[in-house]
Design a protein around this ligand. Structure first.
Ligand SMILES: *Cc1c(COP(=O)(O)O)cnc(C)c1O
Length: 232
């Protein structure tokens, strides 16, 4: 029977190994647990085992869990596609919105937020039609647009690896995002504090770390959940 604490400790040692392999400080890599479809009881087990960051994909699902989990000192990340009409409830729960992929969404967040909120720009680095995210060639323009808005601070870039088993294709995508990250950093835009490169999931986080990721979002490898069903 899978054990959440054991799974977490396996993931942590794999993160440490991947970091060491590329000469990076393992402590500089943040673990966000992707908890879509994961029951509250399992999330509580993960929190008891030291989990500090939760990533949810849907505002509605997050809201029901948030009520049950808000007594825990964890940081909530919105990692799924966010519709502009859900921005207001999202701002009540999430400290970080990782999925900003249009100026329209950035403007809505800026308008509805009553405090400075950290956002990441989601980039469709693989160019796959099935994926959300701004096109790489438009990312500088969007970053510039975000930097002009009040109440919103661009803190990172996020991407999902391509749907392929080809490790080198994934690597290429992650490398591209890292390049954009460094390029946008150098622009020295106002109110821009690029710090996080959010890439890598259960199947590809080691490659992502080798390519500079300092935030991995991991679901199935922690919770043993595939396609919304609990296997335990
Ligand atoms: C589900 C999800 C993850 C985690 O994926 P796993 O393969 O379960 O580790 C990470 N990021 C996003 C945006 C997700 O939707």
């Amino acid at each position: 029977m899978p054990n959440i604490a054991d799974n977490l400790s396996v993931i942590r040692s794999r993160i440490i190994n991947a970091a060491k392999k590329s000469g990076r400080d393992p402590n500089s890599i943040k673990l966000v647990a992707a908890t879509k479809g994961v029951p509250v009881a399992l999330i509580e087990e993960a929190i008891a085992a030291g989990l500090t960051d939760i990533g949810e994909n849907r505002v509605q699902e997050a809201a029901s869990k948030f009520d049950q989990l808000k007594r825990y000192p964890v940081t909530w990340h919105m990692i799924g596609h966010l519709q502009t009409n859900k921005v207001k409830p999202a701002l009540k729960m999430f400290s970080v919105i990782q999925s900003v992929d249009s100026e329209r969404l950035a403007k809505e967040i800026s308008a509805k937020s009553e405090r400075t909120i950290d956002v990441f720009m989601e980039v469709n680095a693989s160019g796959e039609a099935s994926k959300f995210g701004i096109a790489p060639e438009s990312s500088v323009e969007l970053a510039t647009g975000i930097s002009r808005l009040p109440n919103i601070r661009l803190k990172g870039l996020m991407t999902l690896g391509p749907d392929t088993d080809d490790k080198e294709k994934r690597r290429k995508s992650f490398r591209l995002l890292h390049g954009l990250f460094e390029g946008i950093k150098r622009l020295n835009l106002p109110s821009l504090e690029l710090e996080y490169l959010s890439m890598g999931m259960s199947d590809d986080f080691e490659v992502a770390i080798e390519e500079g990721s300092n935030m991995v979002r991991i679901g199935s490898a922690i919770f043993g959940i595939e396609h919304g069903t609990v296997q335990r």
